[in-house]
Ligand binder design. Structure first.
Ligand SMILES: Nc1ncnc2c1ncn2[C@@H]1O[C@H](COP(=O)(O)OP(=O)(O)O)[C@@H](O)[C@H]1O
Ligand SMILES: [Mg+2]
Length: 317
C-alpha cells in the first residue's frame, strides 16, 4: 500500500511554559514559577507531529531563524518523524516563541511571531503533479507573508492534484481579513471551531454562520469542544458527540489533534462521519495529557490508550 503523504504549511515556534506561578503575574512585580517546560509549539506543528505519530508520512513547510530555537524546533520535528525538508532557515529573522504563563485554570500567552511572518507562497513546494497527496494550512493570521496569497496557495494545490484543508485559527488582530467567498471553493475541508466561525462570519449564531459560508463550502468540519463536532458536505449534515474524558488534563492543541485524526481518515477515503469520529477521538485523547503532543508519543501508545480509555481498537485505514 502506498503511504499517503501530507504536507503541513504553517507557523513554527517554541513554547516556553511557566507553571506553578505563585500568583497571577503583575506589572512591576517579580514572581517565581516552580516549574518550566520548553517544547515544540504552534498549531501546525502539533497537527504535523500527531499525524506522523499516527503513521501518516508527513512533511512540514515553514520558516525558522538560524538560532538556538530554530535548532531546537528542527530536532523536535525530526524526533517526531516529521520531515523538515521544506523548512527554510533565515539568518535575518529570529525564530518565533510563545511565552505561556499558567496560573491555576488561567493562562496568559504572548507570542513573538519572528520568522513565521517570513513564509511566502514561494516556499511552498507544489510541483505538477505534487509528490504530496494533501495540503493542510494552519494559523493564517499569524503569518503575514502568506495572508494575501492564500487563495492562490489553495488554487495551486488543487492544480497540483492535492486535496486541501484549512484551519484559520484565531485572529489576534480580530480583523478576520480572509475572503471566504473567494478562497473556500479551493478548500476541500474547512476546519474552524465555533468561536472562529462566528468571528469570521460576523454573526452570533452557528446556523447563520454556516448559512454565510455555505455557498462557497465543500466540507465543513466544525469543532465544538465538549460537544464534539459537526460535519456538513452538500446536503449531508452529521453531528458526532465527543468522547467522555475521565482524566482531563488540558485542552491545549485539542483542535490540532482533531485535525490530525480527521485528515488521516479523509486521505484514506473514509466517510464524513468516520472522519469526524476519528477527529473527536484524537481531540479527546489530546486532553488526557499535558500540551498538544503529550498523548501522542507513538502509534503503540496511542492505540493502547484508546483501548484503555474507550475500548476502541485503533483502525488506521
Ligand atoms: N473536554 C473535552 N472532552 C472530550 N473531547 C474534547 C474536549 N475538548 C475538546 N475535545 C475534542 O477535541 C475537538 C477539538 O477541540 P476544540 O476545543 O473544539 O478545538 P480548538 O482547540 O480548535 O478550540 C472537539 O471537537 C472534541 O472532539
Ligand atoms: Mg484550534
Amino acid at each position: 500500500m502506498l503511504t499517503p503523504k501530507l504536507l503541513v504549511v504553517g507557523e513554527l515556534n517554541v513554547d516556553l511554559i511557566l507553571n506553578k506561578i505563585q500568583s497571577f503575574p503583575q506589572v512591576g512585580k517579580e514572581m517565581i514559577a516552580d516549574d518550566m517546560n520548553m517544547c515544540l509549539g504552534s498549531s501546525a506543528a502539533i497537527m504535523a507531529a500527531n499525524s506522523a505519530a499516527m503513521g501518516v508520512d508527513t512533511a512540514f513547510c515553514g520558516v525558522v531563524g538560524e538560532d538556538y530555537f530554530g535548532d531546537f524546533i528542527l530536532n523536535e520535528l525530526e524526533r517526531k518523524s516529521v520531515s523538515f525538508r521544506h523548512v527554510t532557515r533565515l539568518r535575518e529573522h529570529k525564530t518565533g516563541c510563545t511565552m505561556i504563563l499558567n496560573f491555576g485554570q488561567d493562562r496568559a500567552n504572548v507570542t513573538y511571531q519572528g520568522a513565521m511572518n517570513a513564509l511566502t507562497i514561494n516556499n511552498i513546494p507544489f510541483g505538477k503533479p505534487s509528490p504530496y497527496q494533501h495540503l493542510h494550512v494552519s494559523s493564517l493570521f499569524l503569518q503575514k507573508g502568506i495572508q494575501h496569497d492564500i487563495e492562490q496557495i489553495f488554487r495551486s494545490a488543487k492544480a497540483a492534484g492535492m486535496t486541501t484543508s484549512l484551519d484559520l485559527q484565531w485572529d489576534p488582530t480580530e480583523q478576520w481579513a480572509f475572503d471566504y467567498a473567494r478562497c473556500l471553493p479551493y478548500v476541500d475541508v474547512f476546519m474552524p471551531n465555533e468561536s472562529e466561525l462566528l468571528a469570521l462570519t460576523k454573526t452570533d449564531s452557528i446556523e447563520s454562520g454556516i448559512e454565510k459560508i455555505r455557498p462557497y463550502l465543500n466540507t465543513l468540519a466544525l469543532k465544538m469542544g465538549r460537544n464534539g463536532s459537526m460535519g456538513i458536505s452538500g446536503d449531508q449534515r452529521v453531528a458526532v458527540p465527543a468522547f467522555e474524558v475521565e482524566h482531563f488534563v488540558d485542552a491545549i492543541g485539542a483542535g490540532d489533534s482533531f485535525n490530525a485524526g480527521f485528515i488521516q481518515k479523509y486521505i484514506s477515503g473514509a466517510s464524513l462521519e468516520d472522519c469526524l469520529r476519528e477527529g473527536n477521538l484524537m481531540g479527546a485523547l489530546n486532553t488526557t495529557a499535558a500540551g498538544g503532543t503529550g498523548a501522542f508519543c507513538n502509534l503503540n501508545k496511542i492505540s493502547e490508550n484508546i483501548k484503555d480509555f474507550w475500548g476502541i481498537e485503533l483502525s488506521l485505514s
